[in-house]
Design a protein around this ligand. Structure first.
Ligand code: ASP
Length: 322
């Protein structure tokens, strides 16, 4: 056999690109937005930002200024973005700015830093031309907060915050009545073979003012390694941070695990550390590898994710451990 015949294909035969995957069913319109860029030979970085901007423009329980407030009644936003060169930017505890994802991108591109928080992040946003929005809660969030104030309990068990506040966020219920956290995390592989990711959230409802979850933390809520793959997460952020969740997922993929298996291994880490505690908490991981193969895994039932490629446009139910 000649040398030419021995040559390995440059990519796995199952290679597909471009492709974008995002957390939850709310990822469908987000993917559609990202796809406009991906399908016209655009960059994954622009695609994930466009997807995140789209959901920040909608009323959603857990993303953007319309989301649930903290326990002081203030909406604080977290977001991060990362590209194929490991450039990254993030904001945390950002108030009254509509598009935290774009501020995060500006942090990445216009500063020598990775994360800006609170007042400093807001000041930076204003300096960069982002308008200051009202402090008013969305009607949906106001109603939910009033309900919550009656007991004022913070029990970050599986989906408990949303169980307490039914009506206004009905679109975030599944047919079987399960309720979910709804942080938007999306990762995309573009036609040039480059991966990027973005995460945007208002974080856990009724958190302590100043609390930062996994979502804006590179390696926790989002990680991209252009040689290997990218991952994002949703669920109880403190548990994701404890295991550097998405970095862990990407490292498992580096060692040969499929995206789904890598996500499962990361869930195993959380559960094995404290199986009793894990019974009442939810974390879901979603990953995409360099070949455009994707997969997810969650601790509990209820996590879903959305996929868009040339051949697919659908919501998948994640497998789960418990
Ligand atoms: N991971 C987010 C946080 O801990 C919450 C979520 O996924 O909804 O802030």
């Amino acid at each position: 056999m000649g040398l030419a015949a021995l040559k390995l294909p440059r990519f796995s035969p199952t290679m597909q690109r471009p492709v974008v995957v995002s957390t939850w069913d709310s990822g469908m319109p987000v993917n559609a937005e990202a796809w406009k860029i991906l399908s016209t030979k655009g960059k994954s970085l622009d695609a994930v930002e466009a997807g995140a901007i789209h959901i920040e423009n909608t009323i959603n329980c857990c993303v953007g200024l319309g989301g649930y407030p903290d326990r002081d009644g203030i909406v604080t936003l977290d977001a991060c973005i990362m590209d194929e060169k490991a450039n990254c930017g993030a904001v945390a505890g950002l108030e009254r700015i509509k598009h935290p994802i774009s501020v995060a991108r500006k942090v990445m591109e216009n500063t020598p830093h990775v994360i800006l928080v609170g007042q400093g992040a807001q000041q930076f946003a204003l300096q960069n031309g982002f308008p200051l929005e009202s402090t008013e809660l969305s009607a949906e969030a106001k109603e939910a907060y009033q309900q919550w104030l009656k007991k004022s309990q913070y029990k970050p068990e599986v989906n408990i915050e949303l169980k307490q506040n039914h009506g206004p966020f009905a679109p975030h219920f599944f047919d079987d009545g399960t309720l979910n956290h709804d942080t938007m995390g999306l990762v995309a592989l573009d036609g040039h073979g480059d991966l990027s990711g973005a995460v945007t959230t208002s974080g856990m409802a009724y958190k302590v003012h100043g609390r930062v979850g996994d979502s804006p933390i590179i390696g926790a809520g989002l990680f991209v390694d252009n040689e290997v793959g990218a991952a994002t997460s949703s669920g109880l952020g403190e548990e994701v941070i404890r295991i550097c969740g998405t970095h862990t997922v990407v490292e498992y993929m580096r060692h040969g695990y499929s995206p789904e298996a890598a996500c499962k291994k990361a869930c195993d880490r959380i559960v094995n550390r404290d199986p009793e505690k894990a019974k009442s908490l939810q974390v879901g991981f979603l990953a995409l590898n360099k070949f455009g193969q994707y997969g997810a895994y969650a601790i509990q039932d209820g996590f879903v994710f959305s996929v868009k490629s040339e051949t697919e446009n659908q919501i998948h139910k994640s497998k789960f451990l418990i």
